[in-house]
Design a protein around this ligand. Sequence first.
Ligand code: ADP
Ligand code: MG
Length: 241
Amino acid sequence: MLSIEGLWKSFGKKEVIRGLDAEIYEKDIFVIIGPSGQGKSTILRLIDLLDSPTAGRIVLNGTEITALGERDQQQLRLKIGMVFQDPAIFRGSVYENVAYGLRFRKLSREEVHTRVMKVLKDVRLDGLEDRDARTLSGGEKHRVAFARTIVTQPELILMDEPTSDLDPVTTAIIEDLIRYIRDTYQVTIILSTHDMFQGQRLGDRIAVMMGGVFIQTGTPKEVFTSPNNREVAYFIGFENI
Ligand code: ADP
Ligand code: MG
């Protein structure tokens, strides 16, 4: 559903993405794994059309989205949902925070209500709709951010290190929720993490990012049982190569 072909991105003289290729399949959870500073957020921002590549193409369902004009890109971004690493929670109730994602879509008040209440149930925040969202716990705030994204019914959801600041118990709850979202909404999810084991737990396919490219892509089993070079082996903790 998404192809990345020969993607480059430089900031000034610094080449962060260096000829990256990837194929992401429909309804997969595709996990980008790499140490911090490798360019994971940069790739997600390029896919979300928040930034444009120095070279290369991103093709979504046959459309070269990186070549579209600004207006078409804005239209297309309605099909892509992004959950940022540190999601902004707005002043106001949980309900208003989730309904915000629908503000730019011309929907009736009833439809907004139906959709928001259903999604709040999916992320297990039902009953909290009137709470001031800023008084929620870290894990609950992440669920608000997920709800705000899935309520718009995107085809593709991007999640940038969705559990990096959460404790292990909350992380497990969020990981369950990510699988549940994929299964319920039949959506494709691309998420980034610096945690190899999170990749192993969540990914249908995983990509190990180093030096500005995916140095290995495959199922967790493929990558963990036969790392294709020393750097991957080192990163996943193989002692003897
Ligand atoms: P990761 O998400 O894997 O931690 P990032 O994609 O955030 O990595 O960043 C990769 C590199 O690109 C870092 O060295 C970062 O400083 C640099 N970078 C990211 N965005 C910008 C920007 N807008 N301007 C300059 N450098 C940037
Ligand atoms: Mg990042």
